[in-house]
Design a protein around this ligand. Sequence first.
Ligand code: PLP
Length: 393
Amino acid sequence: MMKTIYLDNNATTQVAPEVVEVMLPYFHELYGNPSSMHSFGGQVAGKVREAREKVADLIGASPEEIIFTSCGTESDNTAILSALAAHLEKRHIVTSRVEHPAIKVLCSHLSKKGYRITELPVNGDGLLDMDQYERSLTPDTAVVSLMWANNETGVFFPVEKAAKMARERGILFHSDAVQAVGKIPISMMINDIDMLSLSGHKIHGPKGIGILYVRKGTKFSPFLVGGHQEKNRRGGTENIPSIIGLGKACEVAKLNLSTENTTVRRLRDRLENEILARVPECRINGDRVNRLPNTTNISFGFVEGESILLMMDEYGICASSGSACTSGSLQPSHVLRAMGVPFTMAHGSIRFSLSVYSREEEIDFVIAKIPPIIGRLRELSPFWKPDNQRAMS
Ligand code: PLP
């Protein structure tokens, strides 16, 4: 069987073997409900507490500030809706044009209900203009939601600085840190962020589990109401195996933080630099300094991302493209459009996202395969002429 070279870790990750191991007993041995009066269920409650402590430890929070949810999307939705419920008189939300649909689509729904949404633009490198951000904050602003790291480019927003500015004006601040947690150190002890989202399946934990961090003292209104779970902050019987798994994933992620910053970063840089050196007419999308160590978003001119993905798939290489095939037309992603990436370049964009499981020989293999793949596709393109190179430079 062909070996899979998995460079799509911003989409989802392999569950770490040690995570799977700790989860298994909770399906068939320790399957009790932590809310039960009997000790069979009760013993699980203690394990949930330990998992909560591990999650809190990864992000420098206290365990009481951690609410388990079903995914990053639920955490994002809960944060915004809770902030609006806390300030019913305020009708304005500040966010950015490059947020994940979990925020973007919710905000567009809210705009139909009469909320005013400011979607801050980004520059060509995917960065925010902080003066413009400051000007967007008004007495009517209920909440700001800015992502810590972009899922497509890896580019960071200065969320800690932005949160401080919001705090000074009495505005709640949420950050979608789904892509940042586990890849860079985060400490909620030293910032002013009120709410933070995290997702299990992006950090080698299971799918279907997330957390919402809510700073102590922040007015909170639950999204799912029902049982008294999570101290009445999120109804629904807890997903115990996944909670246990997420706790372990956070423990492992903490140990791997330095590997992300050294080995993973080095492999990503090598992949990127070799491709730039070997393939004409390609560019990196997003600021190359201010970004995650595992992500590179590369545009190849005169080819379509989808075709590159299909050809890479023949070699077992998994990545993502920055365009989505909707109703027969290839639309570049909202992120690349917001950055003003030229259409011809945005169509041929590929995101490679590495992990601590990525190996040197896998990167070598991809470096060897990409130039001929792009070369073959360009030969088929009516727009590609070798002298395009000069025409565009
Ligand atoms: N936010 C960001 C930045 C993401 O990348 C994702 C997943 O792709 C999500 C939110 C949604 O997370 P989940 O898949 O757990 O709902």
